[in-house]
Ligand binder design. Structure first.
Ligand SMILES: Cc1cc2nc3c(=O)[nH]c(=O)nc-3n(C[C@H](O)[C@H](O)[C@H](O)COP(=O)(O)OP(=O)(O)OC[C@H]3O[C@@H](n4cnc5c(N)ncnc54)[C@H](O)[C@@H]3O)c2cc1C
Length: 505
């Protein structure tokens, strides 16, 4: 009997505790909704502030303004950027631009068609066209271009809408109240410190973002440097391919960016970058890299011509990687490179940023206004899930390619580098499949994993041929372990982020 009473009291206590907790939760949610509704009613002059008018910020401004939002864009420099990054818009990126109504921004900038990838290693060469994938609803051709020209076209198109205010100004900090971002402080073109307020602020200030640091605890990793220059008055024999040379220690890339300008790029390790100022860089390019550029066609000739002519114009840009992390604060979203970066070896940063904008725009569309910070915050969580197939595929491929293409004296790693070349060069349906992923036409993580497994097996086969020996077997086992480690690291990072975001919240 005593036992039964004890059980009943325990059960009653449990039920009462649950009811009290449930009531507290409901009250909290109701308070939040009331607060949100109150915010929703507030009607300022701006719906969204966008900091940064690069590819991401300018495209987002246009997309949101087309949906009727009043957008205030603050960009620190409205002149045409003279940067060396974002010069290949993949076919997948063009499709995103078309979805946003921005594809005409690729016109009138002397952009070149990118129809294939040409790869070179140890005197061997293969050209791999971007295949015509029936499931991809757009032309399977990318565009090679001057990034600054594209950015200017996107800015002009956004600014042509009456509900977009594009202002030159340097954002300094975010204005926050009780964990909710209300706007930004910025220095305007007259040099005065001023403020702007809106229910939603979107931070698109690129790979050197300052504002991001006050929002998310996420740091970028510098992987290497891309050193590049433009060879003027030149035309490649094959101007519609991106030429990727498997050079040592890291890759070289050559491509046509306008009808008479060719971009030459060499990747150099982060810890041993020669000085551009004292001429060490041009000596390094001439003596170490140029002899590795194939003499066939006019690739080497154009590479050398640019070094001779372009000494003051050699630029270096850090390649960075930073995984996406959800921002807990309300009233703010981080996008573009400020949100997520990957090694540029597969030239897909703009495509991911544009894909993110398409997803976010569609999710925000049903909201009559953006003042309900709770609803916006819920939307951002969905956005984080929906973007995964594209971002995880691109980030994983970029990370693995950038590691595999590093030349070393380690036979296992070298076997993987050769296996990767062999896999791409054979030009069969598997190569075509991988090319649809590279072009952003089929961003499916599982398909990518299958290709990576196939590349690993091809590489192991290469190491074991012409006949297996204990040493070769050992190297192929190490190669297998390395491949697992690279893939595993990405899967674990993505799974951990997913768990932290959804299961912990
Ligand atoms: C070497 C290299 C090569 C690359 N090649 C390719 C490629 O071929 N294809 C591709 O798709 N991607 C490529 N990428 C990646 C691509 O360039 C980026 O993903 C893309 O440019 C990101 O766009 P964004 O708008 O986020 O940033 P950005 O284009 O950098 O724009 C940020 C904007 O914010 C402004 N800004 C910064 N701070 C402030 C501030 N405080 N206040 C106001 N404005 C501010 C800047 O002036 C700038 O206009 C490459 C990257 C690198 C490093």
């Amino acid at each position: 009997m005593t036992m039964t009473y004890a059980w009943l009291w325990t059960l009653l206590a449990f039920v009462l505790t649950w009811m009290v907790l449930h009531l507290i939760k409901m009250k909290k949610a109701a308070t939040e909704d009331v607060e949100a509704e109150a915010e929703e009613r507030s009607d300022g002059a701006t719906d969204v502030i966008i900091v940064g008018a690069g590819v991401a910020g300018a495209s987002l401004a246009y997309a949101l303004a087309k949906d009727g939002r009043r957008v205030h864009v603050i960009e620190r420099d409205l002149k045409e950027p003279q940067r060396f990054m974002g010069e290949l818009m993949q076919a997948g990126g063009r499709f995103m631009l078309a979805q946003l109504g921005l594809e005409d921004c690729l016109e009138e900038i002397d952009a070149q068609e990118a129809k294939s990838l040409a790869i070179y290693k140890d005197g061997k060469h293969a050209t791999l066209p971007f295949p015509d994938d029936k499931k991809f609803p757009h032309e399977p051709v990318g565009r090679l271009l001057r990034n600054g020209r594209l950015v200017q076209r996107l800015r002009q198109k956004a600014a042509s809408l009456s509900n977009v205010q594009l202002e030159e100004g340097m954002a300094k900090s975010l204005i926050e109240e009780n964990g909710v971002v209300k706007g930004v402080t910025y220095k305007n073109s007259a040099g005065e410190e001023t403020t702007a307020f809106a229910p939603l602020t979107v931070v698109c200030d690129g790979c050197y973002s300052n504002l991001r640091r006050s929002l998310v605890d996420n740091s970028e990793e510098v992987l290497s440097y891309m050193v590049g220059y433009v060879t003027k008055n030149s035309r490649l024999e094959d101007p519609h391919s991106l030429h990727l040379i498997f050079s040592k220690p890291l890759v070289c890339v050559i491509y046509q960016i306008t009808s008479d300008e060719v971009r030459c790029v060499a990747e150099v390790p982060a810890d041993s970058i020669p000085s551009i100022a004292n001429g060490e860089m041009s000596t390094f390019l001439k003596k170490s890299m140029a002899p590795q550029i194939p003499a066939t066609g006019n690739l080497r000739e154009i590479f050398l011509k640019g070094i001779e002519e372009g000494l003051p114009e050699i630029k270096s840009t850090a390649t960075k990687s930073m995984s996406a992390r959800l921002c807990d604060k309300r009233g703010v979203i981080v996008l573009g490179d400020a949100f997520n970066m990957r090694h540029p070896i597969i030239a897909s940063g703009m495509m991911v940023a544009l894909s993110d904008i398409c997803i976010l725009r569609n999710l925000l569309r049903p909201l009559p206004n953006l003042g309900n910070t709770k609803k916006v915050s819920d939307i951002v969580k969905s956005f984080y899930i929906i973007r995964k197939p594209m971002s995880a595929t691109v980030n994983t491929l970029a990370s693995i390619f950038s590691q595999v293409l590093v030349a070393t004296t380690d036979e296992a790693r070298e076997g993987m580098r050769q296996g990767c070349f062999n896999y791409l060069a054979r030009g069969d349906f598997k190569t075509a499949g991988l090319m649809t992923i590279l072009g952003g036409m089929n961003p499916h993580p599982l398909t990518l994993v299958l290709h990576l497994v196939a590349i690993t097996l091809t590489s192991m086969g290469h190491l074991l041929s012409p006949f297996p020996s204990p040493v070769r077997f050992w190297h192929s086992l190490r190669l297998f372990a390395w491949a697992l480690q690279m893939l595993g690291a990405h899967l674990v990072t993505n799974a951990a982020r997913f768990r932290r975001t959804y299961i912990a919240k």
